[in-house]
Design a protein around this ligand. Structure first.
Ligand code: TRP
Length: 367
């Protein structure tokens, strides 16, 4: 669980981008200032279900913050989502929902590229080429693959599920991304991406930037409201375990009121207080107030007051996002326009990388 920290663990400033900014960001002293070249970020989210507070605090909020320091490319990875069977109408709806959530939370399509993975065929094409230099053993070792297939080894596992990390590598490498913000659970996939990129560069000549993962801090992990040992997720059991991005205020208040708590009655964080730690982390992130200050305020008061106040904090933090999502839903053409431009801009970058890769491999250019 997250430790008590100074400051909000999720605030923009906490995004650790030191590893990627140093090399490219600082203009040398004697030269005329070059047009700024900022490090590039690529990340993606799957359109595979109801978006919730965990997606917002764990990922999308960081996407928004990184726009201040990076050139950002944010993708809705629908081809990843179909590695698990989807209902077509739901998949379409979820894809637009993720794009709307990006926009409503503050991803700015003037500054960042927002697009849908399947709109740029280069992803699937590069994946094929990367498949030829990725080893079965590497993919078999991926923890997520092992988790997803536990107890079902053998014939009924799709090749797509196995190959999922290679598609992810293609996503990242196509855009020559310097940095990839992901949750801890995706770190291994970014490491595979680095290995495959280096292997290609060594075998065929340099075509790829080797990306750095930017792993969100522990506190950015929002845990389930009914089991603080599990990550907040829409698939983990009950509706009460998560707060959907679009939950109405009264539902938010009720879910928080019903959230499990720890034994005792003292409001504080700690390994023996996983549920309270989670609630306080959420509070801290959304109110942008250090955990210790919140704890001090609730000294001598019980859980009920904290929960009532947290309900308000969450409801009012989500209110403007929900309003914006409703606007976007009312005018579908806006989001579609963003995705159209996004796909064009993404494709232009991807095409250059892919042409270089084809040349390196020895594929005859199309006459
Ligand atoms: N696999 C990632 C996840 O489930 C989503 C993803 C696909 C991604 N392609 C990516 C994340 C490229 C970062 C970069 O969270």
């Amino acid at each position: 669980m997250g430790r008590p920290r100074r400051g909000s663990p999720l605030a923009c400033a906490s995004v650790d981008c030191t590893s990627v900014s140093a090399a490219t960001d600082i203009p040398s002293q004697n030269e005329a200032p070059k047009p700024e070249r900022r490090p590039r970020v690529f990340s993606g989210s799957q359109p595979s279900g109801t978006l919730h507070l965990g997606n917002y605090l764990g990922a999308i909020r960081n996407y928004v913050a990184m726009q201040a320091t990076h050139d950002c490319i944010y993708c809705v990875v629908d081809l990843h989502a179909i590695t698990v069977r989807q209902q077509r109408a739901e998949l379409r709806r979820n894809t637009i929902d993720v794009a709307n959530a990006y926009l409503a939370c503050g991803v700015d399509p003037e500054r960042s590229i927002v697009f849908v993975q399947s709109h740029v065929p280069a992803h699937a094409e590069l994946m094929w080429i990367l498949n030829t230099i990725t080893y079965m053993g590497e993919l078999r070792r991926m923890t997520q693959f092992k988790d997803k297939t536990a107890g079902a080894e053998g014939e009924s596992i799709s090749v797509g599920l196995f190959d999922y990390p290679v598609l992810m590598a293609a996503d990242i490498l196509l855009y020559r991304a310097d940095a990839v913000p992901v949750g801890e659970d995706q770190k291994q996939h970014v490491e595979l991406t680095r290995d495959v990129a280096e292997r290609f560069n060594n075998a065929f000549g340099k075509a790829f930037v080797v990306p750095e993962p930017i792993i969100r801090t522990e506190g950015a992990r929002v845990m389930s409201l009914d089991d603080p040992a599990k990550k907040m997720s829409k698939s983990a059991g009950s509706e009460n375990s998560y707060i959907a991005l679009m939950d109405p205020p009264d539902v938010i208040r009720r879910k928080i009121r019903r959230a499990v708590t720890d034994s005792g009655s003292e409001v504080r964080v700690g390994p023996d207080k996983p549920a309270l730690t989670n609630l306080l982390d959420i509070y801290s992130a959304l109110a942008d107030e250090p955990v210790d200050e919140i704890v001090r305020r609730y000294e001598g008061k019980g859980y009920a007051g904290l929960k009532a106040d947290l309900g308000e904090v969450v409801a009012s933090a989500l209110a403007p996002i929900q309003a914006r999502i409703r606007e976007l839903e009312a005018d579908k053409s806006y989001t579609l326009g963003v995705l159209k431009t996004g796909a064009e801009r993404a494709e232009a970058i991807a095409a250059r990388t892919l042409a270089k890769v084809r040349e390196r491999v020895g594929l005859v250019p199309r006459p």
